[in-house]
Design a protein around this ligand. Structure first.
Ligand SMILES: C[S@@+](CC[C@H](N)C(=O)[O-])C[C@H]1O[C@@H](n2cnc3c(N)ncnc32)[C@H](O)[C@@H]1O
Length: 300
């Protein structure tokens, strides 16, 4: 199995978002996601949801699953969203998703794929859980961004932003060429229906000069035209299934036994005291403090 970039125990919210002065990036991403994600629906899953930063964008969905590998992230998400009965919290690995095929109308993954070593496997898993009438919203880091191009031309950066292969700039942190990602999405069975270029103004001087709200509004105004050139560090894509097999999204919320399958063998699960049990291999998956634990690394 590919390696996982674990955020277990990290203070991602405080260190990255709050101390890192990233209100502008947060607002700009929200503007783009609002444009691409259907505002209402039945079932939605966010993969690598972290502490649930974006979960308020899902207020029109009847059932929302926040899935992440890190249990501490999910504990933070639960402290924010745990009072809302529409939410389910799931500790699991994207490479071994415990979710039933075609069970989601919307799948969202933001700021996660840059940690993914095996993108084809991850994308094919996401295609499997998406219903034929569903949408997949994907944010990915863009290696062919303006800053990387300038740095490369000035010889301040070794890797070539025009080279299509992903670059691993630090271990388990990848930057992707838009054309490479388009190919992988196509191979996994997705068609790109729409795309936006995000974070045009991610620059220290601009961020010190203008308010985050002003910069985000300006970003929102150029996200669509910017997608023609794709020179920003981040791209957000709206993907749909390229071919259909007739599996439509559920119209009503799913019970745990209907939504989950065993990540070890793919078997059906049945509810038992304290969690779920696989009817095929007998593996038990606990529900711990309101978080389903499907991790297979000895933590499960
Ligand atoms: C940079 S954070 C982004 C969190 C959230 N999407 C956001 O934008 O605020 C990346 C998240 O992906 C999760 N992650 C990384 N690899 C994963 C995997 N293989 N399966 C599930 N989650 C994973 C990490 O635990 C972490 O919470």
């Amino acid at each position: 199995m590919p390696k996982i970039c674990s955020y277990e125990g990290s203070d991602y919210r405080k260190e990255f978002w709050e101390k890192g002065n990233r209100t502008y990036e947060d607002l700009a991403e929200r503007i783009a996601i609002r444009k691409l994600l259907p505002p209402q629906g039945s079932t939605l899953v966010e993969i690598g949801a972290g502490f649930g930063r974006l979960a308020d964008l899902y207020s029109g969905y009847r059932q929302v699953v926040l899935l992440d590998y890190a249990k501490t992230m999910l504990q933070d998400a639960k402290s924010l969203w745990g009072d809302d009965p529409r939410f389910t919290f799931v500790a699991a690995d994207l490479y071994r998703l415990p979710l039933r095929s075609a069970s989601f109308q919307s799948v969202v993954m933001v700021r996660v794929i840059h940690h993914i070593q095996d993108v084809p496997l991850a994308l094919s898993n996401l295609r499997r859980i998406l219903a034929d009438d569903g949408v997949f919203i994907l944010e990915h880091a863009n290696k062919r961004n303006l800053k990387a191009i300038v740095r490369y031309l000035l010889r301040a950066q070794k890797w070539n932003p025009f080279d299509r292969e992903p670059v691993e700039f630090v271990p388990l942190n990848y930057d992707f060429h838009p054309a490479w990602m388009r190919e992988r999405l196509k191979e996994a069975g997705f068609a790109i229906e729409d795309q936006l270029s995000v974070s045009h103004f991610r620059h220290g001087v601009l961020k010190r000069t203008f308010s985050p709200r002003f910069l985000a509004k300006a970003d929102g105004a150029v996200q669509r035209v910017g997608a023609i050139w794709k020179l920003t560090p981040s791209l957000i894509l709206k993907c749909t299934p390229a071919s259909k097999s007739g599996q439509k999204a559920p119209t009503t919320p799913l019970k745990p036994e209907e939504m989950f399958v065993c990540p070890a063998c793919g078997g059906d699960l049945e509810a038992e005291e304290g969690g779920l049990r696989c009817t095929r291999c007998g593996h038990t998956w606990p529900l711990e403090d309101g978080i389903y634990n499907f991790r297979m690394d000895g933590e499960g």
